[in-house]
Design a binder for this molecule. Structure first.
Ligand SMILES: Cc1ncc(COP(=O)(O)O)c(C=O)c1O
Length: 388
């Protein structure tokens, strides 16, 4: 019996051909596909600028650097996320501060952000968990009042919408980051991007992506660079190599054309799950608030009170019967590294309650009807049997 994974990429003939075409061309990195992919991302999201990078973690790191996060600064984020959403603050010498989440979406709750703001706070990194956008208007209002930057972690949320705006438009934020890891909305293998409407941030991000070097003569700091030849370039800040290759971007361009279809397929599967799982005694279904369109990156169910202590047994049985369940996420501050930094247990009670009850079921665009049926049937049987 083959396990049905919780997420999976879809790569077809056109995607493969697009990559081959680049591999046969003169440029396999830093060629025309980089800008083409960036332009396509701008067109899709509605943002003015996009910077494509090697992965979503690099996108977070560079965004924090561009935001000027440094030693002594605090950045508020969600505990229900992948560790990268907080690690990026540590990379810059800052301290991630965890604000508790909403019980249903597991997104950071705006009122809890407010409680954590002090003089050291510089930015907020809301994470659109499972592809469900956070309440960005509320978060932006708080940020404006306290003069904070907002960096959306939209690793899960390419293709999602908030109040009619595409996530990535940066209508309510300074920067938005994406990941193109294979389980995400679209893939480039490894890959990521940052979108922004702010020219200064864009220029900073472009330099940071490539060693802090600029070749743009209008930006040179040396007084008479014309005395130098065409080789001249300047390193103006400490950057990194966070570049992505041209053949990955060719894959990204090809995948982006299919994004809306991917999301549509995810929605159809969610509709079936919701119908077949509806009104059961054992668990609650993921929600979609009326002001958003989720990209349905994940389908996390929440075990009800009487059943949550059986999570481990249910999870183990699902896995043993070929349903590749997953858990998203262990609250970040419970990780040994964070405990070592002094973060206390019970910091965010709602996040911990969520962690105790959640199980992610398989959801990806190419699931067959037979696979969907199997997930439903196996899950129902196991929870009824082992949930007590
Ligand atoms: C919420 C979130 N942020 C950031 C990342 C990091 O992205 P990447 O794996 O592309 O570095 C991930 C990856 O899983 C993620 O889930």
């Amino acid at each position: 019996m083959k396990t049905i994974p919780y997420g999976k990429q879809f790569v077809n003939k056109e995607d493969i051909q697009a990559v081959i075409d680049v591999l046969k061309s003169a440029w396999i990195t830093q060629g025309p596909k980089i800008e083409e992919f960036e332009a396509a991302l701008c067109k899709y999201t509605g943002a003015k600028y996009a910077v494509v990078v090697s992965n979503g973690t690099a996108a977070l790191h560079l965004s924090c650097l561009a935001a000027g996060i440094k030693q002594g600064d605090e950045v508020i984020t969600s505990p229900i996320t992948f560790v990268a959403s907080a690690n990026c603050v540590l990379y810059c010498g800052g301290r991630p501060i965890f604000a508790d989440v909403e019980g249903d979406t597991a997104n950071i709750a705006p009122q809890n952000i407010e409680k954590k703001i002090n003089k050291k706070t510089k930015a907020i990194i809301p994470v659109h968990f499972a592809g469900h956008p956070c309440d960005l208007q509320e978060i932006k209002n708080i940020a404006n009042k306290r003069n904070l930057l907002v960096i959306e972690d939209a690793a899960h949320a390419l293709g999602a919408e908030y109040k009619g705006s595409k996530i990535g438009s940066c209508r309510y934020s300074d920067m938005t980051i994406f990941s193109f890891h294979p389980v995400k909305s679209i893939t480039t293998g490894e890959g990521g991007a940052i979108t922004t409407n702010n020219k200064k941030l864009y220029e900073k991000l472009m330099m940071l992506r490539s060693h802090g070097i600029t070749k743009d003569s209008s930006k040179f700091k040396v007084k008479r660079p014309k005395a130098q030849g065409g080789w001249y370039h300047e390193m103006q800040c400490l950057g990194f190599n966070c570049r992505i290759t041209d053949f990955q971007c060719a894959l990204g361009i090809s995948q982006l054309k299919k994004l809306d279809k991917f999301i549509q397929k995810r929605r159809e599967i969610v509709k079936i799950y919701n119908k077949k799982f509806g009104n059961n005694n054992f668990f609650e279904l993921p929600v979609e608030k009326d002001y958003v369109k989720s990209s349905w990156h994940l389908y996390p169910i929440r075990l009800k009170d009487g059943y949550k202590k059986r999570k481990k047994a249910i999870f183990t049985k699902l896995r043993s019967q070929g349903v590749g369940a997953q858990i998203h996420y262990i609250p970040v501050y419970l990780q040994p590294y964070y405990r070592h930094l002094g973060y206390r247990n019970e910091l965010c009670p709602h996040a911990q309650a969520y962690y105790q009850r959640t199980i992610t079921l398989p959801l990806y665009p190419t699931m067959t009807q037979a696979q969907i049926k199997r997930v439903i049937q196996v899950t129902k049987t196991i929870i009824a049997k082992y949930g007590r």
